[in-house]
Design a protein around this ligand. Sequence first.
Ligand SMILES: [Zn+2]
Length: 564
Amino acid sequence: MASTPATDTILLKGGTFLAHEGTNVQILKGYDLLIEGKEIRKIAKEITPPSRARVVDCTNKIVSPGFIDTHHHMWQSQLKGRHADHGFLDYMLHGSLPSYNYKPDDIYWGQLAGCLESLDSGVTTVVDHAHMTYSADHATAGINASASSGLRIFFCYTAIPRVKEWSSSQLEYEDEVFPEWWHTQLESLARSQPFGDGRVYLGLGFDSWKLPEKDIIDLWTKCRESGIKLFTTHYVVNATPGKFPFPQESGLLKPDLILSHSTGAPDEDYKIIREHGAFVSSTPDTELQMGLGYPVAFRDDIKSNASFGVDLHSNNSADILTQLRIGMQYARAIEDEKRVRNGGHPAVNIKVQEAFNLGTIQGAKAVGMEDKIGSLAEGKLADIVIFDTRSPAMVGAAEEDPLAALVLHASVRDIDTVIVDGKIRKENKTLRPIEVQGAPKFGSGTQIKWADVVDEMLASRAVIKKRSESQSVDVAREVLYRRYSGNPKDTQGSALRLPRVKRTSLYFTRIIMETAFIEKVRLCSTAAADSHDLAWCWDMTAVKLQPVPMLQPKDLSDDFDPTP
Ligand SMILES: [Zn+2]
C-alpha cells in the first residue's frame, strides 16, 4: 500500500484490541496502535508516542475494526419511523415511491443524516444502493453528502423507474428508465471518482433485469472498463422454481458483485455464487419483517461469501451489531430446531466470532478491500471503533470475553470513538463537526454540527410530507395491483395468481408462509415484472386471509400456473 503523508498521528494506548489472524480473532490486551495519516502504522505492546502524536487513552476500552455494511439505502432518513408495521408492499408505497417527493436538497440532508447515523453506530464503510436518482442533481447531492460525512462509502449509482406524476387521481411513470443524462453522468462520475478525499467510490446499483441480456452485459462491461469496482443487485427468490439471474456464460457474475438478501434461492444458486466469488448481503431486520425470506448468511453453503447490511435505516437501527445479533440467533434457532427434531439436545455451533467476522473482515472481502479494511493490521487503513467497557451493559462481559461483549451486549451508546481513514469522526460518544461539501444553505468548506443536520433534515421532512398530501396512496396501491394482478378489486384472488415464473427470465417470485418468525402471510416478488421494474408484494394480512400451511417448492409444479 502506498504510504500516506503523516498529516495526523494518533496513538491508541493500552486497549484491548481485536486483531484478526485470518478468520481467527486474537484478543490483544494492553496493546498500543499507532495511526499515521490514513493508515495503521504499528500495533505493539508498548509504542513510544511520537512527539506530534495525539494520545488516546484506551484503558478500559475494546478496540475493534470498523463495521462494514454491505447493503443500505442512505437517502431515506426523512422516512424514519413510518414502517413500524409495514410489510413489503407498504414499504414500497410509503418508503420507495416517496423518492418522487425528494428534491436534490432533500437527498442531501437525508443522505447526510443517514451517513452520520452509520458513523455514530460504528459502521465505517457502507455499500449504498442509491435508488433515488430522479435527476443528475439528485445523484450529485447524494455524493456531496457522502463526501461531507466522513464515511467510507460505495455510492452505487442506480437507474430507477421514475414517477412522472402522482396526484390524488393518478400515478404515472416516465417511459424511459435509462435516460440519456443517466449514461452521461455515469461516465463522468466513473472518470472522476473517487470523491471525498478518496473515501467515496462509484459503484453500480442494478435491478433492471427486464432489459435485454445483451444491453445488460454491454452496460456492465462498460462500467467495469471505466473503473467501477463494485456492483450490487437485489436478489430475492423463494419457494418457486426460478432460474439464477446470471447465466454463467454472460460473464456478469464476478467477485465484484454483492447480491443483497439472496433469500430463498435454490441450493444450486449459492454454489454458483460461491464458485464465482460473488458475495451476498443479509439484512435480517428487513428480511424477517418484510417477508423477504430467511437470512442466509450463516448457511454452510454460503457463509464463506456472506456479509451483513442494514438495508433501511428508515425501518430499523443502522448498526451492524444489531443485524449480526438477529441473524446469528435466528440461525442458531434453525439449527437447534433441526437437532431437537432429530432427537438431539440443544447446542450452539455458530460462534460469536463468526458473527463478528461477517460484520468486519467478510464485509471487506465483499467490497473487494480485504487488503485495506476489515481488520486491525499494520498497513491497513485506520477504520476503527472504540467501545467503552464500563457501561452497565458492557461491564463484566468485556473482562470475560471481549467478542461476546461486542456481539451480544454492546449498543451504540457504548461506542466512544469512531475513526475513518485516520480521522476521528466520533469521540466521547459524540459526533464531531463535519466540513461540508456542496451543502444546501452552507455551501462548501463550512463546519456544521449534528444539531445543524437535525434542523435541516427535519425541515426537509416536513416539506416532503407536505408534498405527499395531495397524493393518493390508494391510487398508487391500485396501480401496483392492476399492473401485477390484472384486477385491483380482487385482492384475495390476485394474491393467488402469481405471474408466471419464466425460467429464462429474471423474474424472482417467492412465497413466504406462516412461521414462528414471520407471523404474517405474504406473497411477494421483486420481479422486474414490467417496464418499470417495480418490486411488488401482497401482504395477505391486509386482506384478512387466514394463514395457510407452508407451501413447499414441490407444490409449485408446472400445473401451478397462475398467470393472469
Ligand atoms: Zn434494499
